[in-house]
Design a protein around this ligand. Structure first.
Ligand SMILES: Nc1ncnc2c1ncn2[C@@H]1O[C@H](COP(=O)(O)OP(=O)(O)O)[C@@H](O)[C@H]1O
Ligand SMILES: [Mg+2]
Length: 231
């Protein structure tokens, strides 16, 4: 079976002069298998967000290949990448990124609708699965940070994606709430067999992961543990 994500020799340079040692991604390679929970651990500026955005088809590489479930992103075209993103990839961000004028339920249901499912029930179930039963009609401003991130987890899970990409999912939470969110996110992904790739500069995240990829200057190296490593 194809891996969920395969990245081959990926390059991205934001520098208008194209200096190689200024590139955000410098020949990145990685594979994520089905159901794996993986930490992408590295310092600020090491290229984590750039990589996630390219995996999501939001940004495009200068060079290299990205396959999602065996399909090359370049060959899909803009429309194909949008459909893939809506149906097969879930996202979780540092600042939650919920739509402020929609309730918790509506935020989750919108994600489902965009994936082509107009049934309300999975949205209620997804909110229940993250412990938000009874808070479906609240707006993001009426929820704590941890609760908002739970809504974001429900929004990502509800479409039953192949993979969830989480960019600093606990970066805006205190450590106790962050640990609860990581426990919930990794636990639900394991329960549903959803792959999870979490970009982080927090060693805590590694404790919830099957595998640790360390990002250093735009390249990925496999690590056995990040407990001893500097952030
Ligand atoms: N839109 C952008 N324009 C120019 N430079 C960028 C942009 N996004 C990221 N960079 C640069 O690319 C490098 C990697 O950044 P980023 O992927 O955000 O790293 P991380 O998520 O690990 O903090 C940094 O040097 C950053 O300044
Ligand atoms: Mg980042």
């Amino acid at each position: 079976m194809d891996p969920v994500i395969r990245v081959i020799d990926l390059w991205k340079n934001y520098d208008p002069n194209g200096r190689e040692n200024a590139a955000a991604l410098r020949g990145t390679n990685l594979e994520i298998q089905r159901g794996e929970v993986v930490a992408l651990y590295g310092k600020s500026g090491s290229g984590k967000s750039t990589l996630l955005n390219i995996l999501a088809g939001i940004d495009r590489p200068d060079k290299g290949r990205v396959e999602v479930e065996g399909k090359g992103l370049e060959s899909l075209g803009e429309e194909g990448r949008t459909q893939l993103r809506r149906r097969r990839i879930g996202f979780i961000f540092q600042f939650f990124n919920l739509l402020p004028t929609l309730t918790a339920f509506e935020n989750v249901f919108l994600s489902l609708e965009l994936a082509g499912n107009f049934d309300h029930q999975p949205a209620y179930q997804a909110l229940q699965a993250v412990g938000l039963e009874g808070k479906e009609n609240r707006f993001p401003s009426e929820l704590s940070g941890g609760e908002q991130q739970r809504v974001a987890i429900a929004r990502a899970l509800v479409k039953e994606p192949a993979i969830i990409l989480a960019d600093e999912p606990t970066g805006n939470l205190d450590s106790q709430t962050g640990a609860q969110v990581l426990d919930l996110l990794s636990g639900r992904c394991r329960q549903f067999g959803t792959s999870l790739l979490m970009a982080t500069h927090s060693p805590l995240t590694c404790q919830y992961s099957d595998r640790i990829l360390r990002m250093v200057d735009g390249r990925v190296v496999e690590e056995t543990s990040c407990a001893e490593l500097p952030a």
